[in-house]
Design a protein around this ligand. Structure first.
Ligand SMILES: Nc1ncnc2c1ncn2[C@@H]1O[C@H](COP(=O)(O)OP(=O)(O)O)[C@@H](O)[C@H]1O
Ligand SMILES: [Mg+2]
Length: 333
């Protein structure tokens, strides 16, 4: 793991001074969410009155650990590059007097898709397409800016209601990859981050991830919206991860091997094992989801042909299949 650069440290020192200003400016209201590494707090600007979400890294008693701090800084750098209605907007970043980094972002008033799904179990194809199209549009923007999210899952999508409409906003760029030379360092730690339920096969194998990995994970999320459960679930994280590599996507197909419904065809296209067989980019995926939302048929050029599925069915997977690097750790986030 690369140590923070002098410039990053001096930025952090500057931010400590800013921190007093931030605490003077914001009144904390409540905790919005708590994950493995951080806590998200709802706060109100003391003078302007608007609400913000402040994400803070939880510092262990042993003191701040440089890897988590770098990852948090990475998250802020990734989010800072992005400006899109379906991506949470970052405003400020700093390190407080205890050495804990924080990020101030727009507060998205809504409900995480994970809790919406817990309550409603499944969504109609039209509603799922309407929501996931927005996620695909947010991802298309991120990918254009060289940011790969790498942790697309229902708890990282906030659904905001605006009358009859629903808006989906992507949060948590905690393990995002910035496609720059310096950033490659973070992925050299032999650690697999993300949730195995939504892992792309390349993530499961600890291989290079790219925009196609987000498209795969979004495919898993669309699957969950439609079928009420993620596509691959098993007792152990490693086994679940390996199912993404080896197992067939459990959707109903016709005699030719083609998924029966348009939304399942989209899922299948997203969840191809090889990134090059998936949608070429998130914008094309968004346009297919848009077609489903509007009740239009998917255009033939965008449709998944049964060829790759047949090839997959014919492929023999070794029984002793293992990850490339046996020291690889899987972190359940
Ligand atoms: N900008 C935001 N506005 C409203 N709620 C948020 C915001 N960011 C995060 N949350 C809530 O906090 C939870 C955890 O935030 P997240 O960034 O995903 O952190 P973690 O890295 O701990 O998963 C989210 O699932 C969501 O419920
Ligand atoms: Mg999260």
């Amino acid at each position: 793991m690369k140590d923070p650069t002098d410039q990053e440290i001096s930025t952090a020192r500057l931010a400590v001074n800013d921190d007093e200003k931030i605490r003077e400016s914001y009144e904390p209201l409540r905790v919005l969410g708590q994950g493995g590494m951080g806590r998200v707090i709802l706060a109100r600007h003391r003078f302007l009155g608007h609400l913000v979400a402040i994400k803070k890294l939880i510092i262990p008693e042993t003191g701040p650990d440089s890897r988590s701090c770098s990852r948090f800084l990475n998250e802020a750098k990734a989010a800072k590059r992005l400006k899109h209605p379906n991506v949470v907007q970052l405003h400020e970043f700093g390190i407080d007097t205890q050495g804990s980094p924080y990020a101030v972002m727009d507060y998205i008033e809504g409900e995480p898709l994970s809790s919406l799904l817990q309550r409603e179990e499944t969504l109609s194809a039209v509603r799922a397409a309407a929501l996931c199209k927005q996620v695909a549009e947010g991802l298309a923007h991120a990918h254009e800016q060289g940011v790969v999210h790498r942790d697309i899952k229902p708890s990282n999508i906030i659904v905001q209601r605006a009358g009859a409409e629903e808006r989906a906003v992507i949060v948590d760029f905690g393990i995002a990859k910035l496609i720059t030379a310096a950033e490659q360092e973070l992925s050299k730690t032999g650690e697999i981050l993300g949730s195995p339920l939504y892992f792309s096969p390349e993530q499961a194998l600890g291989q290079q991830t790219g925009p196609g990995s987000d498209i795969y994970s979004l495919g898993c999320m669309i699957f969950e919206c439609i079928h009420g459960t993620p596509p691959f679930v098993s007792d152990s994280a490693v086994q679940t991860a390996m199912m993404h590599v080896n197992a067939k996507t459990p959707i109903a197909t016709d005699a030719s091997g083609k998924a029966k419904t348009p939304i399942d065809q989209v899922i299948e296209r997203c969840m191809q094992k090889a990134p090059e067989d998936r949608y070429a980019n998130a914008a094309i995926l968004a346009s297919d989801l848009n077609a489903i939302q509007l009740g239009k048929t998917l255009t033939d050029t965008l449709l998944y042909t049964s060829k790759t599925r047949q090839e997959f069915n014919d492929r023999r997977i070794p029984d002793n299949f293992q990850t490339k690097d046996s020291s690889t750790r899987i972190a359940l986030v």
